[in-house]
Design a protein around this ligand. Structure first.
Ligand code: ZN
Ligand code: FE
Length: 240
């Protein structure tokens, strides 16, 4: 079993601490910062052995150097962004595999938010870490890629089993949902989900992880029939 711990940092980032009980290995996905991550691991008696980065943005890599300094951990990230993540020990790309103990994650290229963005899919554990590519009822902004690429990413992710747990890197659900209600005014699943999301947020609670099945029902980007519709929706959301 992989144990996944959510660590909220900065204004709306989630850093994920992933522990494999069997081997004792502990991995951090996208450490925005170091202090709270090292503190959480220490509190649990876990030694951080790996960092995996989904993309180069500072709110996903900012803790790399200090966590490595403190723990000697090994850092893996996107080969296509190696020049922008100087702390990488190993460069990975689509089709590569990374291991945490006996658990294997397939690396998937999901470019668009950044040109080399990757995701980590633990197929046998039904877990995927998607960084800033897929959010609850949303998708990442198209900073270094196209709507066609993001459409392809959504199709690839939608093809995973419905029960796959999706760990994204930001708590954007409420704002995404407000746009989703406008994009698909007749979608009752979005309305029902938003009631739950608002209740959670009023209590300051997290709304992620989500699942592929829930996103297929409520995410206007994953539900876009083609790249042109996704492009329209992305522009509309940027200006929402
Ligand atoms: Zn980002
Ligand atoms: Fe981010």
């Amino acid at each position: 079993m992989l144990e996944v711990v959510r660590i909220p940092v900065l204004s709306d980032n989630y850093v994920w601490l992933v522990h494999d009980q069997e081997s004792g290995e502990t991995m951090v996905v996208d450490p925005a910062v170091s202090g709270p991550i090292l503190a959480e691991a220490e509190k649990r008696g876990w030694r951080i052995t790996h960092i995996w980065n989904t993309h180069w943005h500072p709110d996903h890599t900012g803790g790399n150097a200090e966590i490595k300094e403190a723990t000697g951990c090994y850092i893996s990230g996107p080969a296509a962004e190696k020049d922008r993540i100087p702390t990488l020990d190993s460069m990975v790309k689509d089709g590569d595999q990374l291991r945490l103990g006996n658990h294997t994650a397939d690396v998937m290229d999901v470019p668009a938010h950044t040109a080399g963005h990757i995701a980590f899919h633990f197929a046998r554990d039904n877990i995927i870490f998607v960084g800033d590519t897929l959010f609850a009822m949303g998708c990442g902004r198209l900073f270094e890629g196209t709507a066609e690429q993001m459409y392809d990413n959504m199709q690839k992710l939608a093809a995973l089993p419905d029960e796959t747990l999706v760990y994204c890197a930001h708590e954007y659900t409420q704002s995404n949902g407000e746009y989703a209600l406008v994009a698909e005014p007749d979608n009752m699943a979005i309305k029902a989900r938003m009631d739950e999301v608002l209740a959670l947020r009023i209590d300051g609670k997290a709304t992620v992880p989500t699942t592929i099945g829930l996103e297929k029902a409520t995410n206007p980007f994953m539900r876009s029939q083609d790249a042109a519709i996704l492009a329209e929706r992305r522009v509309a959301k940027d200006n929402f």
